[in-house]
Write a protein that binds this ligand. Structure first.
Ligand code: UDP
Length: 357
């Protein structure tokens, strides 16, 4: 009997993760997939481009829910997803990561007694002020299958007592590593001019964008670093609006501010950069996949194996810490340990478990 998987995605990092798992599901004879796009990310360069270039199957439904506060967004998604789950009668609901789409999908399913599978389970920043931390803790608690990308994630769940819950925990590796391996050869140079030496930066976390003081301090530090090394900054739409209002996007001619780029351009930028500076979760790991040191513009990280290995330095928005981390990476050779995120076959393992469990 074929099992129906109801996949809920809505934000950029989820498209990249789902691309690898959807491909594996399509190869698994016992599985069929229905993809639901909640609409959380909707700009062409935050959504459509990923479906096209990563060849993700066209979603069966697009809920077009976006640009709302957390409560309204999650609430509307919950209502619509419940309707669709009743109609589609899936065997599993598959959710990714830590967005409002993740929580809405998991909550709707669990109330209908449909087992939830969570990809990227067990991650913790231990900062409950982050909306992502709330989403991932709640989703993990009601998931039946928890696909963990690392052993640290498994330990986090064990410390929270998950061994005694009615769930399966699997350390399958990181689907983002699968994506990096699979798409690495397809990397494409972006259309804009790129300097021969540059640091690649991204910035979008609410803790930075919603605080004018933090955002200004980060841009000032980037402006100082740009005197030494050019910076390519594909800017998230939310950050762009805020930075444009205060003129921060023009703080230095050596900071090349661009629209968000597609994943294949991003891989090219990662392969050719000297260093990464980011508050993104995914990009911290991609820096490691392509052996680039990473300055993380946050006070904590879920990917602690990177800081332990010395390939990632946490600086928050602190100007001095950012400049000092930059100096450390410029003056020293960074050694990258191998195999922190699995063997590149996480997606196949996930599809196999969904088919068999
Ligand atoms: N990314 C991209 N284009 C960009 C910026 C990011 O393709 O202009 C990719 C990046 O390579 C990574 C993912 O988007 O695979 C990370 O998403 P994001 O930083 O939005 O979310 P997070 O990982 O912090 O949840």
């Amino acid at each position: 009997m074929t099992k129906k998987i109801f996949t809920v995605i809505g934000a950029r990092p989820q498209f990249i993760k789902a691309a690898t798992v959807s491909r594996a599901i399509a190869k698994e004879p016992g599985l069929e997939e229905v993809i639901i796009h909640t609409g959380q990310h909707f700009d062409d360069n935050m959504s459509r481009i990923f479906f096209q270039e990563l060849e993700i199957p066209v979603p069966a439904y697009n809920l077009d829910i976006h640009s709302l506060g957390h409560g309204a967004m999650t609430g509307r998604m919950l209502e619509k997803l419940e309707e669709l789950m009743i109609k589609e009668k899936p065997d599993y609901v598959l959710v990714y990561g830590d967005t409002n789409s993740t929580l809405a999908g998991a909550l709707a399913a669990s109330k209908l007694h449909i087992p939830v599978a969570h990809v990227e389970a067990g991650l913790r920043s231990f900062n409950m002020l982050m909306p992502e931390e709330v989403n991932r803790i709640l989703t993990d608690r009601i998931a039946r299958i928890l696909f963990c990308p690392t052993q640290t994630a498994v330990f986090n769940l064990q410390k929270e007592g998950f061994d005694s819950f009615d769930c399966k925990i699997d350390n399958c590796g990181d689907v983002m590593y699968d994506a990096a391996v699979f798409y690495s050869e397809k990397a494409e140079k972006p259309g804009f001019e790129t300097p021969s030496t540059y640091a690649l930066a991204t910035l979008h976390r609410a803790e930075n964008t919603d605080s004018p003081a933090r955002l200004t301090e980060i841009f000032k530090a980037l402006g100082q670093l740009a005197q030494t090394m050019k910076i390519v900054l594909p800017l998230h739409p939310r950050t762009r609006i805020i930075a444009q209002k205060s003129g921060l996007d023009k703080i230095s001619p050596n900071i090349i501010v661009t629209e968000p780029v597609g994943y294949l351009n991003m891989i090219w930028l990662l392969k050719n950069c000297s260093m990464v500076m980011t508050d993104s979760g995914g990009l911290q790991k991609e820096a490691y996949f392509f052996q680039k040191p990473c300055i993380t513009l946050r006070n904590e990280t879920e990917w602690t194996e990177l800081t332990t290995a010395g390939v990632n330095i946490l600086t928050g928005s602190n100007n001095e810490k950012i400049l000092s981390a930059f100096k450390t990476f410029q003056e020293n050779t960074t050694t990258f340990p191998e195999g922190l995120y699995g063997d590149g076959n996480a997606a196949e393992k996930i599809a196999g478990i969904l088919a068999a469990y």
